[in-house]
Design a protein around this ligand. Structure first.
Ligand SMILES: Nc1ncnc2c1ncn2[C@@H]1O[C@H](COP(=O)(O)OP(=O)(O)OP(=O)(O)O)[C@@H](O)[C@H]1O
Ligand SMILES: [Mg+2]
Length: 676
C-alpha cells in the first residue's frame, strides 16, 4: 500500500478548516461553542484550556524546559527511545514523500525523538516549537499529545482543533504507548504534518507502531524474566534430590537437573537439545514419554523403573503452556527406597546400643558378647531367645552396629503387632492398585532395610503362610511387592527374636521347621536377670544416672537397703522391670538418697517380710494347680501387700472392690485367712 497518497474526501477540507477556525475564534473571544463542527472531546479540552488562562497566541515561557534538564530527561528515557527508534524510522521512510514528522513524547509531553526533514523542523521553529516545549494541556492547551494523555486512546487532530494558534498549521495522528506489564503510560508516538486534512492512514500507522513497540517491550521483559527464571530454575532444579527432565513436544531434552544426570550416569555428558532416543538409558523411557505426549488427554503416567538396581518412581506429566496447551513433558524420578529410608531414619530407625555399651560382665553375658561380635561379622541369620525384657532388641541393635551394615537401616518388624492380612504388604510392599485402597505404590520394610538389618521381633507370632513366604525371600534374596510382577533384589541380614520355645512351637506345628533351620545359623540365648543377679550392681548405677538426669533429679547415694530389696526379688520382667522400678523410685524421691522405701510397694513388702520369698505359693512346696487356688493365692498376696486394705488390694488385682468382696465370699475366704 502506498501510504503517502492522500485519500479522497467527501467534504471540502478548506471549507471544514474555515468553519473550524470560525468556531475556534468565537470560542476564544466569547467562550461559546455553537453547532456541531467541534467534536465534544475537543470542546471540553478547549474549555479546560481556557479555564487555565492559557494564551492561545503564544506559548508561555514556563512551557519550555531548561535545556540541561531536558537533556537529562532524554537520557532517562533512553530505553524507550532505543526501542522506538527503528519503528519510527520505518514509518518515516514509508511517509517520506509526504513530509511528515514522526515524534516520540515522554509521558510528560516532551519530545524525546523527532524524525523528519530539516525544512519541517525549521518551520516548526518559526512557530516557536522547539525541543524542550511541553505539550501538556496545562502548558499549550488542546493538542495531540494532551488528548491522548487525557483520553488514553489514539486520536487524530486537525489544524484549528488545536487550542493554540501556533499549532493551527498542524495535522497529526497520535497513539499511546502503554507499559505492557504495569499498564501505565510510557510515551506517545505522533505522526504530524503541515496539512489541512489528515492522511487517514497515519492513525493506523501510529497505532501499529505503538502496538509493535509495546509488544517489543513485552517480549524484552519476558526475555529478561525468562533468563532470570532460567537461572533460578536451573539452580533450584540442581538442588533437588529428585531427578527432573523437561522434554519438549518433539521429544528433545530441554532441561535436565544434576540428580537426573547422576541417576542416568550422564554426569559428564551434554544432553540438552538432544532427542531422548539418542541419549543412553533415557531412551528406555521413550515409549512412556511418547505415550503421554500422544494421548494428551491423559493424566500422565506413573511408572517404576529400575536403574543400577535402584527403583525409581517415575512420573511423566505434561508441561502446559499459558493457554493450557501441551508444550512437552516433565519427567520426575524419585528414588523410592532412599525416600523411605530417609523417613525411616527420621522416625527413629537409628540404633543406640553397641556391644560395648551393653551392661553385664557375668560369665554368661561375656559369652554372649563374644558370640555377638563373631555373628556381627557375617551376614548369617541369628535367632535371639530370652524372656521378656532381657535385652533381645538391645542385643540385635548391638550386633547391627558391630557389623559392616552399621551405617545402613536397622528396621524393626514386630510380628505380633501386625494384623496377619496386612503383613505381606507391610513386609514386602505393594504396587499401586494391588488391592482396594492401594492408591499408591508402597515400599515394604524389607526394601527399606536394603543393605541393612531386619529385626523380626516375636517371630513365633508370624502366621505360618507368611513364614513360608519369608523363607522364600531369605532363600532367594529378593522380594516381589504385592501385585507386582518384577522381583527386586535385596541384601539384608535377619535377626529374629522370640520369648517362646521354638522347638515346642515346631512340635505343635505353629512354627515351620524349615524356616527355623534357615534362621538358626547363630542362636543366642539371653538368660533371665534372676540367673545373673550380680549384674544388678552394674545395671543400677547406670540406670540411676540416666534416669535421674532425664528427670532432672539429683541422686547422691544408693543405700544398701535399696540394693538388698532389689537382690531379693526374682525379676520376672527382667531388665525392663528393673529399669521401671528405678524410674519409679527416682520419680518419688524427695531428697537425694535412694532408700528401700522408694521402691514400689511390692519390694518393701518383700523385704519387710524378713526376706521370705515374695510370693506365698513359692513358700509352699507345691504349686497350686487348680485355677481357683491360684486366684485365692493372688488375692491373699494382694491383701498382704496392701496390708489388709481391700481397696488397695483390689487395685493391685486390677478389679473393683465389689468384685474383690464377691470373690472373697465365693472362694469361701474368711477375713482371718487373709491375715497371717
Ligand atoms: N545389656 C543391657 N544393658 C543396658 N540396658 C539393657 C540391657 N539389656 C536390656 N536393657 C534395657 O532393658 C530394656 C528392655 O530391653 P529389650 O527391649 O531389648 O528387651 P526385649 O528382650 O526385647 O523385651 P521384649 O521381649 O519384652 O520385647 C531396654 O529398655 C534396655 O534399655
Ligand atoms: Mg523386644
Amino acid at each position: 500500500m502506498d501510504w503517502s497518497k492522500e485519500p479522497e474526501l467527501s467534504f471540502d477540507p478548506a471549507v471544514h478548516q474555515k468553519e473550524l477556525f470560525v468556531a475556534w475564534r468565537r470560542f476564544v473571544e466569547t467562550g461559546k461553542i455553537e453547532g456541531d463542527i467541534v467534536p465534544s472531546y475537543i470542546a471540553e479540552s478547549w474549555k479546560r484550556s481556557k479555564e487555565r488562562n492559557i494564551d492561545p497566541f503564544h506559548f508561555s515561557p514556563s512551557a519550555y524546559l531548561d535545556p540541561e534538564i531536558y537533556e537529562k530527561k532524554k537520557t532517562e528515557h533512553q530505553y524507550l527511545i532505543s526501542i522506538s527508534k527503528p519503528f519510527m524510522e520505518n514509518i518515516y521512510r514509508s511517509l517520506e514523500q509526504s513530509r511528515y514528522l514522526v515524534v516520540l513524547y515522554n509521558p510528560e509531553g516532551y519530545h524525546l525523538l523527532r524524525i523528519g526533514q530539516r525544512a519541517d523542523f525549521e518551520r516548526s521553529g518559526q512557530f516557536t516549537i522547539r525541543e524542550g516545549l511541553c505539550f501538556e494541556e496545562e502548558k499549550v492547551g488542546t493538542c495531540g499529545f494532551s488528548l491522548v494523555k487525557w483520553l488514553r486512546k489514539p486520536i487524530q487532530i486537525i489544524g484549528c482543533e488545536h487550542y493554540s494558534a501556533l499549532l493551527h498549521y498542524v495535522v497529526g495522528s497520535y497513539a499511546p504507548i502503554n507499559d505492557p506489564v504495569r499498564g501505565n503510560l510510557l510515551g506517545v508516538i505522533g505522526i504530524t504534518g503541515a496539512r489541512t486534512i489528515p492522511n487517514s492512514h497515519t492513525l493506523g500507522i501510529a497505532i501499529a507502531a505503538s502496538t509493535a513497540i509495546e509488544n517489543y517491550i513485552k517480549l524484552d521483559h519476558a526475555g529478561k524474566i525468562l533468563s532470570i527464571y532460567g537461572m533460578a530454575l536451573q539452580t533450584t532444579m540442581d538442588s533437588l534430590a529428585d531427578g527432573i527432565i523437561l522434554i519438549d513436544g518433539g521429544g528433545r531434552i530441554y532441561e535436565i537437573n544434576a540428580s537426573a544426570k547422576e541417576i542416568f550416569g550422564l554426569t559428564n555428558m551434554e544432553v540438552k537439545g538432544r532427542h531422548i532416543s539418542d541419549v543412553p538409558r533415557i531412551a528406555d523411557l521413550e515409549s512412556s514419554i511418547m505415550n503421554v505426549l500422544r494421548y494428551q488427554d491423559r493424566e500422565g503416567q506413573e511408572i517404576d523403573i529400575q536403574i543400577h538396581n535402584q527403583i525409581y518412581l517415575t512420573k511423566v506429566q505434561f508441561a502446559r503452556g499459558e493457554k493450557d496447551d501441551v508444550q512437552g513433558v516433565i519427567v520426575q524420578l524419585k528414588n523410592l527406597k532412599s525416600l523411605s529410608q530417609i523417613v525411616h531414619h527420621m522416625t527413629g530407625g537409628h540404633t543406640r546400643f553397641t556391644i560395648d555399651t551393653m551392661i553385664g560382665s557375668s560369665r554368661k553375658s561375656l559369652e554372649i558378647k563374644a558370640l555377638a561380635r563373631l555373628a556381627a561379622q557375617s551376614d548369617a541369620s541369628i535367632i535371639v531367645e530370652g524372656e521378656s525384657g532381657t535385652g533381645k532388641e538391645v542385643l540385635a541393635q548391638a550386633i547391627h552396629n558391630a557389623s559392616p551394615r552399621a551405617k545402613e537401616p536397622f528396621v524393626v518388624i514386630n510380628c505380633s503387632a501386625i494384623p496377619s492380612e496386612l503383613m505381606e504388604s507391610i513386609l514386602f510392599g505393594h504396587e499401586k492398585g494391588a488391592f482396594t485402597g492401594a492408591t499408591h505404590t508402597h515400599i515394604g520394610k524389607f526394601e527399606v532395610a536394603d543393605r541393612g538389618t531386619v529385626f523380626l521381633d516375636e517371630i513365633a507370632e508370624m502366621p505360618t503362610n507368611m513364614q513360608a513366604k519369608l523363607l522364600r525371600v531369605l532363600e532367594e534374596n529378593r522380594i516381589e511387592r504385592v501385585g507386582g510382577k518384577k522381583s527386586i533384589n535385596l541384601n539384608i541380614r535377619v535377626i529374629a527374636a522370640t520369648n517362646k520355645d521354638l522347638e515346642r512351637e515346631i512340635k505343635e506345628n505353629r512354627f515351620r521347621e524349615d524356616l527355623f533351620y534357615r534362621l538358626n545359623v547363630f542362636r543366642i540365648k539371653i538368660p533371665p536377670l534372676r540367673e545373673r543377679k550380680q549384674e544388678i550392681y552394674e545395671l543400677v548405677p547406670v540406670f540411676v544416672q540416666q534416669i535421674s538426669s532425664l528427670l532432672n533429679k539429683r541422686v547422691e547415694k544408693i543405700s544398701e537397703g535399696y540394693y538388698d530389696a532389689l537382690m531379693s526379688y526374682n525379676w520376672p520382667g527382667n531388665i525392663r522391670e528393673l529399669k521401671n522400678a528405678i524410674q519409679y523410685s527416682i520419680a518419688t524421691l524427695e531428697d537425694s538418697i535412694l532408700l528401700e522405701r522408694h521402691l514400689p510397694n511390692i519390694f518393701t513388702h518383700v523385704s519387710q517380710q524378713g526376706k521370705k520369698e515374695e510370693m506365698l505359693w513359692l513358700k509352699n512346696s507345691s504349686f497350686p494347680s487348680k485355677l481357683s487356688d491360684l486366684e485365692k493365692v493372688a488375692i491373699q498376696n494382694s491383701l498382704i501387700l496392701a496390708k489388709g486394705n481391700k481397696l488397695k488390694a483390689a487395685k493391685l488385682l486390677g478389679i473393683s472392690r465389689a468384685t474383690l468382696h464377691r470373690k472373697l465370699r465365693g472362694l469361701n475366704m474368711s477375713h482371718n485367712e487373709t491375715t497371717f
